[in-house]
Design a binder for this molecule. Structure first.
Ligand code: SAH
Length: 218
């Protein structure tokens, strides 16, 4: 099945029509076969306007949110980007088409393995995947020009600020387990400017500086 028409309609109606205008982001979304990142049973819905299950109780974000978050990082090309929450690898693939290197951390080994397989098959060789607790970032590869967290955090782990390069951008959903506000921090020597971008609902960021793995506990 040829999904390229569905993909073009997705980018036009769900992403561009809602205000994502960065040509680099739109082009990356046009070029990335989203259906390869979802389970086979859901492939026909891969270009629809909602999140989809990717296994292990996790979800691939709605296309609009992927566009919005990627645009919010203000990438021009050539950056080193850290993503927390590899999941299916779809967001990593989008980032890999714009940035020069993508470092992505996933806590569930099975998801990381599947993501690696799809990313390799698409030739996204500038993505490094680590299986680990991403609430502590990836200190060995810091600093990063941009950091994107794709799971909902109770608060922003200090490590992310410490691992940002000068003039770095951090995009992260912060709030309760049930709902968050997508925030952008733009940091310089004199401190970080904080903006609220949208209401959103992500699966929880679990780990040392995130939510407890026991359901319902902080
Ligand atoms: N960006 C993904 C969607 C992510 S869903 C995509 O494009 O498909 C959120 C992911 O964050 C899940 O896969 C979940 O396992 C992962 N996650 C949650 N807490 C984490 C942590 N502390 N470190 C790394 N990954 C984490």
């Amino acid at each position: 099945m040829d999904f390229s028409i569905a993909r073009r309609i997705m980018v036009e109606r769900q992403v561009k029509a809602r205000g994502v205008s960065d040509p680099l982001v739109l082009e990356a979304m046009l070029q990335t076969p989203r259906h390869l990142f979802v389970e086979e049973a859901f492939q026909s819905q891969a270009y629809s306007d909602f999140p989809l299950p990717i296994g292990d109780k996790q979800t691939i974000s709605q296309p609009y949110i992927v566009g919005l978050m990627t645009q919010a990082l203000r990438l021009k090309g050539g950056e080193r980007v850290l993503e927390i929450g590899t999941g299916s690898g779809y967001q990593s693939a989008i980032l890999s088409r714009i940035a020069s290197r993508v470092y992505t951390v996933e806590r569930i080994p099975d998801l990381a393995r599947r993501a690696r397989r799809v990313l390799n098959s698409l030739g996204c060789h500038n993505v490094n995947i680590k299986v680990s607790d991403g609430t502590t970032g990836w200190a060995e590869e810091a600093p990063f020009d941009a950091i994107m967290v794709t799971a909902g955090a109770p608060s922003v782990p200090d490590e992310y600020f410490a691992q940002l390069a000068p003039d770095g951008r951090l995009v992260i959903p912060v709030g309760s387990r049930g709902g968050q506000v997508l925030k952008r921090f733009t940091c310089s020597d004199s401190g970080c400017m904080e903006e609220e971008l949208a209401d959103c609902r992500f699966v929880p960021l679990l780990g040392r500086h995130g939510w407890s793995e026991e359901e319902g506990k902080a």
